[in-house]
Design a protein around this ligand. Sequence first.
Ligand SMILES: *Cc1c(COP(=O)(O)O)cnc(C)c1O
Length: 386
Amino acid sequence: MDISYIINHLGEENENYFNAIAPPIIQTSNFSFPTVNEMRKAFEDEMGGYLYSRGLNPTVDILRKKLAALDGAEDALVFNSGAAAIFAGVLSNVKSGDHILSVHHPYSWALHMFDKILPRFGVTVTYADGSDTEAFLSNAQSNTTFIYLESPNSWWLDIQDLKAIASFARSRGIITMIDNSYCTPLYQKPIEMGIDLAMQTATKYIGGHSDTLGGVLSGSSSTMRKIFESEYLCVGSGIQPFNAWLLLRGLRTLPARIDRITASTIKVLEYIKSVKQIESFIFPLDPSFSQYELASKQMSGACGLISFYMKAHKIEEIEQFCNSLKSFRMAVSWGGHESLIIPKCAGIPVNDFNPENPAHRMLRLYVGLEDPDFLIKDLQQAFESI
Ligand SMILES: *Cc1c(COP(=O)(O)O)cnc(C)c1O
């Protein structure tokens, strides 16, 4: 399906709302029925219509259809955060006694779920480096029922061979799920590579303006129905109509923003390569990347996030650099209009800083929508200030 069609037309029934171009925000908690029989039908199949907005809602449905189509999936559910989408995707597919094989360094709240919540219910997790497929899959046990991927992952931007892992998992009846937030479906289509569940945070690129949270989970109709009728309705973590509307609005410009960010990222990367104070950097589509070949094969693009290691003997040097930035804001998250930086040492007690540990000297840049020359000037003056 044409991306322009999906983003600008699919799922919209303008004639039902005065031919307005912008879809309405159906800000309602409940829906009424003219007859007992119609109410009965809604109770029998809540996914077949509108009953209560903890379930389906017309504004959310427009978004849901577009996001499923972008992922090339039969259906999708939209949550009020990416973390909620991860929670539902994992929780709905494991039971006591099951084992999960996860990539190492998954997103922090996936990690929290695996380490702190699931063990209370008898689910165990093994973390392994996903860059070596054979070694990664050798951690599968007889009770492994779920494989959790994040490609590229946060910070290290490690990638996994999605086709190979999906094919192994299918042959064993293991469910696979990926956090596809870095690429979005514009740059990577995991469902087409055989992955069962594709998750992305909509807070980042889909929203694009740092003004709402959201999360997407897509997959087969039967899987989405199973999740809808249980975890989605029970936890009540579906997105609210106004936030869904903001995401629809963000979606309109997604390809244009991704194009712009991609071009700017290449320029900023060229600058990064020239900086004396930078020891090395990580960007999946740079030939220096350790998994460049695989990245070029399964990703049609990369943008926004660049990680790098600073040459620093003292934490003060990194702090001075970050504190001097004016155009890059220091904040978590990414995917919005504004460029960001986050130093790993912000999460480390000052006295624990060890320059021998490269991870302590790691920083992550997000290149937003500003003029790349404006951003490079800011980086320049900050490096000069050290
Ligand atoms: C931000 C993020 C999430 C969580 O999304 P929220 O919308 O913040 O809950 C999950 N995975 C990755 C890779 C992220 O960067």
